[in-house]
Design a protein around this ligand. Sequence first.
Ligand code: AMP
Ligand code: MG
Length: 340
Amino acid sequence: MRISKAAVILILTALTVGCSIPQKQTGVYYAMDTVMEVTIYDSADETLTADIGKELKRLERLFSVTDEESEIYRINHSGGQPVEISAETAELVEYSLRMSESTGGALDITLYPILKEWGFTTGEYRIPAADRIEELLTARGEPVISDGMVTIPNGTELDLGAVAKGYTGDVLAEMLHERGVTSALLNLGGNIHAVGENADKASPWRVGIADPFGDGNIGILELADMAAVTSGSYERYFIGEDGKHYCHIIDPESGFPADNGLVSVTVVGTSGVMCDSLSTALFVMGEREAIDYWRNNSGFELILVDSDGNISVTEGLASLFTVTAGFPPPIYVYRNKPVL
Ligand code: AMP
Ligand code: MG
């Protein structure tokens, strides 16, 4: 076969613009105290992964509890004085306060002094004296936001650790959508955000839900344009001198780590920040209350694992979640049919 000169030029042109043909790009970042990985399957825009890195830095500058330049750090070291904050931080704090009210106080962004006392902020774990916990619990007050200023009473420190990654996932997913991406997967330290559909554009993403008792997965969840956020007692914990397991999620009522028989709560929905706030709050509530909350509210579905290895799945995920061989069949929970 003879190739004409024009065809050669065309082939060369195709090769030189080859870098603008959509291809898989992966960005790996360390942010918000965890490893984050973003894989984009259908964009030729090579600035995307760098821009995601910049966005993560920007959000960390707002929400980090340890970065001395962050807004949350400045609030926590304000000595009770009003601090000017961005609309974004104000919005996330206000959202968290609303979710706190909606979950009967199970979500509580003012637990930082108690987390410090347990050593969850440094890794130097200890079981605090009960009266010290009581003292720290009662010393706290509510943040007040008005006219772009936030004021927290002395004794109060904010921690957005339960909600910031979910919010970040929403921001990144929106940014990718706006820049034309229709197929990407975000793994923000275990918070999964599926943007669009799978790389083949015809099937959902298949995401593993971590086994709280071992290394593998308890099952596979099919997702498209959704977030799946898990809170678990296996993620960060220590074994006390009394031999008990103490996890990083605190029951705001007692100031002690939640210990109600649940070992993992996965919340699935279109809003990452809602999934993140609820994964923490429902973990604190325990199985029965979590299911009641699900029955009385909308916009999310649940996968709950208890300490006996029982897996409960709410009806919206019945056809989307497949349990791994070797695990017991899930207990399906229906909105109008009490099972518990
Ligand atoms: P998550 O992994 O989303 O469940 O968030 C857990 C993190 O949120 C912890 O590491 C703490 O920083 C913080 N936290 C612990 N208990 C609570 C609670 N009851 N409400 C809000 N934040 C909490
Ligand atoms: Mg959370």
